[in-house]
Structure formats: structure tokens, C-alpha cells
Design a protein around this ligand. Structure first.
Ligand code: AMP
Length: 419
């Protein structure tokens, strides 16, 4: 099947060819016709599956040609949780519209940078707005744009946008949109609570489920390596060298750890840089561009980079600290093996994180063999009390979400020890 079979305009088909897309990916094959029919869509597909073009192509097809000089009304609103994803989605939409006779005006707006240039960019209106919710609301409050003409709402990384962290902002945005509109929700994961919430917002949605878990994703080789927590940086250096990893994204639990681990690698001759939310927007952009341009071999990051980043040919992802949830594991390892390329995802498992790792494996229906690397065999054993009180809490991660021992748990553990 080719893109022309999906009922897309020749200019859009030409753009897909220009971007090197030869055949539609499964999510594109299923979502594009449904969106063109006008249906609401709830699409769960792995990161890297081509989700962006799956909604961008039909959006562009449905866009009426603009009149030169006329004020543009916002017809499509794409909400995303992070600035990086906003920039990336905007770029894909622009790339796909490059051959249209009258390409729509696409505005990309996000927080952390000054408001004025974004207000200017919206002065003559924009047909498509890609935004993070908070900044979008700021711009509406400044009368920089109106959302009453929106025909299509897209939530990219919908699970995160529907999560509590964004609930208030999302509600306020929704209140500004026309009640009758097309809703397209995409995410790699849809936890049950989020599905229930989405169900209240979608009208008879077409449900598209391309891959349920990463276990189904053959392009990513997953490995679990046992190592003592104190030897992880050394092991990382060893693997980078002996396995000739050209580029790796390394996930740690805290902003401090990104700096600490990156510095330890750098001191030992590995070009590693930290990437985290406390860096200014300019610094984040710079380090990411440098990583993409091969100036850094390793980016050490928090979960900030777990979503949205599309770094083509990112061959290796390392869970130096394990993610707090199984869903987050999917997002993290989805940074590699994108668009059909093969990738490697390595997780370091220490005595303290064994139980937590087992939980991730269970949720992901995985059963990876535990590897040990010569010279780095672990010697530590998890003290029972720790394993009981904090089931597998990764050191420095603050424990499993929702599973931190309460005061009562601690008292119970103490009385059991003293019994
Ligand atoms: P996404 O899931 O939208 O982040 O896309 C992941 C990557 O897949 C991006 O680098 C896209 O350029 C690429 N891509 C999207 N659709 C296709 C396709 N049909 N064929 C090949 N690559 C694609």
C-alpha cells in the first residue's frame, strides 16, 4: 500500500516521498482514512511509529486554502506536553505541507521563552497552532489568538495531557473550544484511568491499537544487566567502549545525577553532556542540536527526554536508574528503534532495584535473561528489610510511584524486625 491509496492529495503524497516515507506505517494506514472520514480517534501506538504524520496528513488535507492577506482562523489545535515535542511536531507539519499551493500558516508556541515573539507570530492569525497548554492560555489571555474556530483538536502524548499535572490547564483550553469538533488523541500508552477520561471527551471514537507493549516490538533489543549501584558509571564506560556504542541516551533519576554522571564520563574521555529541565530553553536546544550533530556521544538525562524527542538513529538507550513506572519504561526505550530501525535498550539492575525491575517486566510481559559483565559482577545483596519496606525502589528515584512506604508501613516493618 502507498500513501496515494489513502486518499491523500498528490501534493501531500509528494511530501511524504520527499521526507523518505515510502509506505504508510500501521498507525498511518489505519488512522488517516478514519480521520478523513471525520471520526474521532483514540490511537495508541509506540513512539516512533509515525504518529505525527498520521494526524498531520489528514489535518492538512482538510485545511481549506487560505486567501492571501486574509486573517487566518485557527482550525487545528495540536496540544503537546513539552516544548521539544511542540517544535518537532511543527516541523513535521511544515515539512508535509511544503508542496501545497497555499500552505497553512503553522504557529508553534510553548513556555520558557518570551511571550512577545509568539504574540507577533500570531498577529495575522495561524491556521494550525501547536502548543503547550500553559503558554496557549497565556496567549489567549493576551488576546493573541482565539480558539472558537477550531475544527480539530489533537492531543499528542495524550496520556500525559490527560494526567493530573495538566488537568486544570486542559479543562480551561477545552472550555474555549467549540463543543462540536473532531478529537484525535494519540499516545504510546493509555492507562485505564486515562481511557475512561478520554471516553467522556470523544464521540464514538475509532480505536486504533497498533502495538500493545514493547514486547511486541522486535526492532528493540532489550537487555537487563546486573551490577552494583556504585559501579554503574564504570560499567557504562566499559560498555560504550567495548560494544562501540556511537551514541547513547542515558536516563538517570535526578537533575543532579545528569550532571554528576555526565561529568564522570566526560572526565574519562567520553563526550557526555547533561540534559534536564533546569537548563534554560536556549541551553536545552543547544545541547540537543549538538547531540543530533554528533558533537556529544552521550546525553545523560532525566525523564524530560523520555517523550517527544525524535532523534533518528539513536542506537542505544540506557536505564542507568530504572524508570518509576512500566509506562515510563515504554516511553524511554521508545527513543530508540524508531521508524523501523533497530535499537538497543539496556537496563541496569542492582540488588536494590531487583524487585522494581521484576514489576516492570511483569507489567510489560517481559522476561529478560539477567546478564552479568565480566569484571562487574555484583556482590551486593538487598537487605530483606529494604526489599520489604520499599519494594524495589530505585535508589535516588524516590521509590515506585504510589508505593512509597507510609509511616504505618515503616512502623509495621520495624515491629516485624523487633519481633
Ligand atoms: P513519530 O512517531 O511521529 O515521532 O515518527 C517517528 C519517525 O518516523 C520520524 O523520524 C518520522 O520522520 C518517521 N516516519 C514517519 N512516517 C514514516 C513512514 N511512513 N516511513 C518511514 N518513516 C516514517
Amino acid at each position: 500500500m502507498s500513501f496515494s491509496h489513502l486518499g491523500l492529495r498528490p501534493e501531500l503524497v509528494r511530501a511524504t516521498a520527499e521526507l523518505g516515507f515510502t509506505t504508510p506505517t500501521p498507525i498511518q494506514r489505519d488512522a488517516i482514512p478514519a480521520i478523513l472520514r471525520g471520526a474521532d480517534v483514540l490511537g495508541s501506538a509506540q513512539t516512533g511509529s509515525g504518529k505525527t504524520a498520521a494526524f498531520a496528513l489528514p489535518l492538512l488535507q482538510q485545511m481549506p486554502p487560505g486567501r492571501a492577506g486574509a486573517l487566518r482562523q485557527t482550525r487545528a489545535l495540536v496540544l503537546v506536553p513539552t516544548r521539544e515535542l511542540a517544535a518537532q511536531v511543527g516541523e513535521v507539519i511544515r515539512g508535509l505541507s511544503q508542496f501545497l499551493a497555499q500552505p497553512p500558516k503553522v504557529a508553534v508556541v510553548f513556555g520558557g521563552v518570551s511571550l512577545n515573539p509568539q504574540m507577533m507570530s500570531l498577529r495575522a492569525g495561524a491556521d494550525v497552532v501547536v502548543a503547550t497548554p500553559g503558554r496557549l492560555l497565556d496567549l489567549v489571555e493576551h488576546n493573541a489568538l482565539k480558539l472558537s474556530s477550531v475544527v480539530t483538536l489533537v492531543l499528542d502524548e495524550a496520556d500525559r495531557l490527560l494526567d493530573l499535572g495538566f488537568a486544570d490547564e486542559l479543562d480551561r483550553v477545552l472550555a474555549l473550544l467549540p463543543a462540536k469538533r473532531q478529537n484525535l488523541f494519540f499516545s504510546a500508552t493509555f492507562p485505564l484511568g486515562v481511557q475512561a477520561l478520554a471516553a467522556t471527551m470523544l464521540h464514538e471514537p475509532v480505536r486504533i491499537d497498533v502495538t500493545a507493549t514493547v514486547a511486541d516490538e522486535p526492532a528493540i533489543l532489550q537487555r537487563a544487566i546486573e551490577v552494583d549501584a556504585g559501579h554503574r558509571t564504570e560499567l557504562l564506560r566499559h560498555l560504550i567502549k567495548t560494544e562501540s556504542w556511537e551514541r547513547a541516551l542515558v536516563f538517570v533519576a535526578t537533575q543532579y545525577a545528569t550532571e554528576h554522571v555526565a561529568w564522570k564520563l566526560y572526565k574519562n574521555g567520553i563526550f557526555a553532556a547533561p540534559f534536564h529541565g533546569a537548563l534554560s530553553q536556549g541551553a536545552r536546544k543547544k545541547v540537543l542540536a549538538e547531540f543530533m550533530n554528533d558533537q556529544w556521544d552521550v546525553l545523560v538525562t532525566t525523564d524530560l527526554a523520555a517523550r517527544g524527542l525524535d532523534i533518528v538513529e539513536l542506537p542505544v538507550v540506557v536505564n542507568y536508574d530504572l524508570p518509576r513506572s512500566a509506562d515510563q519504561y515504554v516511553h524511554r526505550i521508545g527513543r530508540t528503534g524508531r521508524a523501523g530501525r533497530s535499537g538497543l535498550a539496556v537496563s541496569f539492575v542492582s540488588a536494590q532495584t531487583q524487585a522494581h525491575w521484576r514489576l516492570i517486566e511483569k507489567r510489560q510481559r517481559l522476561a529478560l535473561p539477567r546478564e552479568q559483565i565480566a569484571g562487574f559482577e555484583p556482590v551486593e545483596v538487598a537487605p530483606e528489610s529494604v526489599a520489604d519496606a520499599t519494594p524495589g525502589a530505585p535508589p535516588g528515584s524516590g521509590g515506585i510511584k504510589g508505593k512509597r512506604p507510609s509511616k504505618k508501613d515503616k512502623l509495621r516493618a520495624a515491629s516485624a524486625r523487633n519481633a
